[in-house]
Structure formats: structure tokens, C-alpha cells
Design a protein around this ligand. Sequence first.
Ligand code: MN
Length: 128
Amino acid sequence: MTEGDEKKRLILIVEDDPKSMILVEEILRAHGFATIGATNGRDAVEMARKAMPDLILMDIQLPEMNGLEATRILKADPLTSGIPVLAMTAYAMVGDEERALEAGCNGYISKPIDLKGFILKVQELLSS
Ligand code: MN
């Protein structure tokens, strides 16, 4: 197997803000990841079941179904419960991190995203 055959890790980005979606896509692709995107919680659950990504980057404030609800559904399903979920939120509100972890998220970052810390967290979750 040559290096070019190596399969890229797939990350599902769940984000309803188009600018944030593009930014995160560009950062991840620049670091060698493949990405797919969903813009609401309901689509995120459906897409995760179909694509079985290596990691899900989950915005919390989302239309249709919020990121916490979507994470609870994914973590309750044996098919998807093993996929690490990294939560992200625009509001660094007291209790946000606890709520994210309580919903089953494996990690948490706040927006605006700190580039270095973000990639480190993604790599950490992928290797655990
Ligand atoms: Mn949002």
C-alpha cells in the first residue's frame, strides 16, 4: 500500500452558520481530513448513521434539533455511540461544558476557535 492509498479520516461538521462551516472545513482539510457537513441536528443524526464518520464536530445552537439532543440520540444508539463528538458553542456560558459532557460529548471547544487548540483536540479525540 502506497501513501496515496491511505484513507483520510472523515469528520462530520455540524454547523448552521455558513461562515463558520467554511472556516472549519478549510482548517480540517488543510490538516489532511476529509469533511462532510450538516446544518441542523436532525440531518446530523441521519448523516452520521449513513457515513459513520471518525469524529463529529457538533455546534450546540442549531435549528430543527440542537446539538445536545442530536448527541444524546447518537450516544444512545450502539451503531454511533463510539463516534467521538466534539462540541462547539459561540457562547462561553457557565454550565455549557457540563451540559455538553452530560449529553455525551467527548470534548468541548468555544468559538471563536483557537486554531492550535482545536486541531490538538481533534487529534486527541481521534487517537483515544
Ligand atoms: Mn449555531
